[in-house]
Structures are given as structure tokens and as C-alpha cells.
Design a protein around this ligand. Structure first.
Ligand code: ADP
Ligand code: MG
Length: 237
């Protein structure tokens, strides 16, 4: 599906933390929203998900205006930095959870669960409990769980932020492969330039609530249009 955010402005206590932000994500595209801490990345994702309202702006999914719809009606998957798995359920049951809620039949649930666990490299861990997993395995479980109901759009908010550098690197590549194989449209939020450059088809750079520049990684790297992007991107490379 495609996503379109237009003229989004969000205030907290009178202060605009997101200023007139507009962008489009095409079907099957994996876009990174890159910016330093406090630049408004999570706020934008929360508005797209319907978890927060905005002073002005529209959100469209496949050209349909979803601005007034509740989160459940938007058909999204969400992965957070400290994604809470159900500790009393096995990996398999965590992944199946969203399907049970939606009353998907058992055969379909099991097939989709097995496919996703295979895809994220956890085929052998279906019967384990979250407490028996490493940090990287937990995030891969969270990813499989978010994809189980086949959302039209996946939102990822610093999903690897809490993990150490080596595991993060493995997961980046894994995430890209999984999303490309399924063809899911995704918005990936990060403050890590390297992460954005290695994962995304296109990068949007956010600074103090404003969208400064957007472009393909090579394009931003070779020909940044602003001093901020030149230094922010340059430092990582
Ligand atoms: P990022 O995800 O890029 O770190 P956020 O979207 O979390 O940035 O926050 C952007 C700004 O909005 C920050 O200054 C933050 O303090 C403020 N902010 C975020 N959520 C709230 C809230 N619920 N109430 C008040 N201020 C908030
Ligand atoms: Mg954030």
C-alpha cells in the first residue's frame, strides 16, 4: 500500500514538535525517518498509527483518508524499541496472538506462524518462552508478531535501539530481506545514520520537527542540500 502524510503539525503545551511535515511512501517501499533525539520521529509515527491526534494534517493509506479512524481500523503493524512480548506465552503463541484476536482459523494461524518464524530465523525456537531468548531473538519474535496479521503498513520505532552493535547489524540485513520478500511497505524510525543508510530505500531527515531533506541514500550522501544533513550524514560515513 502507499502512505501519504500531508501538512502534519503537532503541538505539545503550545510548542509545535512537528511542523508542517509532508511525505509519501510508495507501495513496497522501506523508508527511514532519520533525525536526532527529540526531532519528532516518534510523534509522527504515533500520529500515523492513530495513537495520537494532531492539530492539523491528513494521513492517507492507499489514497483513503484514515485521519479520523481508530488504530485498529488502520491495519498497521508496530514494533517498538522495548516491545513487550507476552512472557507467559511461547514464541509461537506470541506470533499467533494477533490472529487469535482476529479469529483466524487454526490451520491458517499455524501456517502463517511457521512461515514467519522461518523467515525471521526462529524456526527452531517456536516452543521457547521469551525469557529463554537473546535480545536479538526477542526483537525478531516481535517482528514476526507484528507481521502475523499481514498489515498493509509496518511502523518500526528504533526497533534495535536497545541491542548491542553486532546484533543490530545482523538484524538490519534480516529486516530488509524479510520486508522485501513479503513486500510490506514500512517506515523505519532511527537516530542512527548508519542504520538508516544500510536499511532504507529512501531516507527522510528530520530536524526540530521539520522535514529537511529526503532522497535515496546515495543522493543524500553525495549531494546534501543543507549544512545540517551534510554534517549529520557525514559524521557516520
Ligand atoms: P524523537 O522520537 O525524534 O526522539 P519525539 O517525537 O519523541 O522525538 O519528541 C519530539 C518532542 O516532543 C520532544 O521535545 C518531546 O519532549 C516532545 N514530546 C513528545 N511526546 C510528548 C508528550 N506526550 N507530551 C509532551 N511533550 C512530548
Ligand atoms: Mg522516539
Amino acid at each position: 500500500m502507499s502512505l501519504e502524510v500531508s501538512h502534519l503539525t503537532k503541538r505539545y503545551g503550545g510548542r509545535a514538535v512537528v511542523h508542517d511535515v509532508s511525505f509519501r511512501v510508495d507501495d513496497g517501499e522501506l523508508v527511514a525517518l532519520l533525525g536526532p533525539s527529540g526531532s519528532g520521529k516518534s510523534t509522527i509515527l504515533r500520529v500515523i498509527a492513530g495513537l495520537a491526534g494532531a492539530e492539523s494534517g491528513r494521513v492517507r493509506v492507499d489514497e483513503q483518508d484514515v485521519t479520523a479512524l481508530p488504530p485498529r481500523a488502520r491495519d498497521l503493524g508496530f514494533v517498538f524499541q522495548n516491545y513487550a512480548l507476552f512472557e507467559h506465552l511461547t514464541v509461537a503463541d506470541n506470533v499467533e496472538f494477533a490472529l487469535r484476536v482476529r479469529k483466524v482459523d487454526r490451520a491458517t494461524r499455524q501456517r502463517r506462524r511457521d512461515e514467519l518464524l522461518e523467515l525471521v530465523g526462529l524456526g527452531g525456537s517456536a516452543r521457547k518462552y521469551p525469557g529463554q531468548l537473546s535480545g536479538g531473538q526477542r526483537q525478531r519474535t516481535a517482528l514476526a508478531r507484528a507481521l502475523a496479521h499481514q498489515p498493509r503498513l509496518l511502523l518500526l520505532d528504533e526497533p534495535f535501539g536497545a541491542l548491542d552493535a553486532r546484533i543490530r547489524q545482523d538484524l538490519r540485513q534480516g529486516l530488509r530481506e524479510v520486508l522485501k520478500r513479503i513486500g510490506t511497505t514500512a517506515v523505519f524510525v532511527t537516530h542512527d545514520q548508519e542504520e538508516a543508510f544500510s536499511v532504507a530505500d529512501r531516507i527522510m531527515v528530520l530536524h526540530r520537527g521539520r522535514l529537511l531533506e529526503q532522497g535515496r541514500p546515495q543522493q543524500l550522501y553525495r549531494a546534501p542540500q543543507t549544512e545540517f544533513v551534510a554534517s549529520f550524514v557525514g559524521r557516520a560515513n
